[in-house]
Design a protein around this ligand. Structure first.
Ligand code: KIV
Length: 316
């Protein structure tokens, strides 16, 4: 058990600077699009990271199913379960105050039919505190989007390189590279918007295609590997921090090297333990001077009377 000082839970201790302290809502993001103010988004999967991302005033925090790969070590996002997503979303919920919090619906949680999707999406809102859910797909998700919207669950769409379509795509490939494929993406985007989608993630699509979709839609687009014209950008936090143990994709910019930071810190700790330089006297608890005297005298007296009995094994 950690004996670290209890966390402060009051609002003042976890509030962003005043200019960025207002709670982000969907209308906030809509307004950002209208005013051409870029939207920042990142993934988070646990309390500590969520809190740091939120304190940095990122607008949208997504509990992505990418957690399957970067947190759980799966080969793809396909094995991720509802229970894994709910557990992480609850942890992130406890760390996020300001940002809009969205959760990814994992593979097979909405693929049977729209009713299954609504049932599972409701769990994200009721049991984990999500403010929106994200689903992958285009025109084939129109009924689901309409049903979720009808159930008061804001929906984030996801088009282009959709990792849950890994097998159909035959790998993680940029999508919409031919004119017909690009036109299909535009049609998908328009259909999702018409069905009630609140935001649209565009992943792994040519910049020109994302730019046209962003222009044609009135809802904000959030790009990842989709160029700078999107209304906002999202990255997987672990990619940004060099914690994903994979070569960075073209669109990833590394903003820090948490892997080196953690490796160096852990190695320094191990060396200090091995050389007995940790813990120091200052890092140890102490008896009061009076108790110490009595304790040391008592031990010495017991050792003088019956040294062996002290170490007698207890009878069962
Ligand atoms: O799962 C995820 O992290 C995502 C984002 C990359 C958009 O879907």
């Amino acid at each position: 058990m950690s004996m670290t000082e209890p966390r402060s839970t009051d609002a003042a201790a976890h509030s962003a600077p005043s200019s960025t302290s207002l709670k982000v809502t969907l209308p906030t993001l809509q307004e950002k699009k209208r005013c051409h103010v870029p939207i920042s988004a990142l993934t988070a999967y646990d309390f500590a990271m969520a809190r740091l991302v939120d304190e940095a005033s990122v607008d949208l925090v997504l509990v992505g199913d990418s957690l399957g790969m970067v947190m759980l070590g799966y080969e793809s996002t396909l094995p991720v379960t509802m229970e894994e997503m709910l557990l992480c979303t609850r942890a992130v919920r406890r760390g996020v105050r300001r940002a809009l919090l969205a959760a990814d619906m994992p593979y097979a949680s909405y693929h049977e039919d729209a009713s299954q999707g609504v049932r599972n999406a409701l769990r994200f809102v009721k049991e984990a505190g999500a403010e929106a859910v994200k689903v992958e797909g285009g025109r084939n998700r129109v009924e689901l989007v309409a049903r979720l919207t009808d159930a008061e669950i804001p929906v984030i769409g996801h088009l282009g390189l959709t990792p849950q379509s890994l097998h159909r795509m035959g790998g993680y490939r940029v999508q919409g590279k031919t004119v017909p494929a690009a036109e299909q993406l535009v049609e998908d985007a328009l259909a999702l918007e018409a069905a009630g989608t609140a935001l649209l993630v565009l992943e792994g699509v040519p910049r020109e295609v994302a730019a046209r979709i962003t222009e044609e839609l009135s809802i904000p687009t959030i790009g990842i590997g989709a160029g700078p014209e999107c209304d906002g950008q999202i990255l997987v936090l672990h990619d940004l921090l060099n914690l994903s143990f994979a070569p960075a994709a073209k669109f990833v910019r590394r903003y820090g090297d948490a892997a080196s930071l953690i490796r160096n810190a852990v190695e320094a700790y191990r060396k200090d333990v091995e050389t007995r330089s940790f813990p120091s006297d200052a890092e140890s608890y102490h008896l009061s001077a009076e108790a110490r005297g009595n304790f040391v005298r008592g031990g010495a007296a017991r050792a003088a009377v019956a040294p062996a009995t002290i170490r007698q094994p207890r009878k069962a």
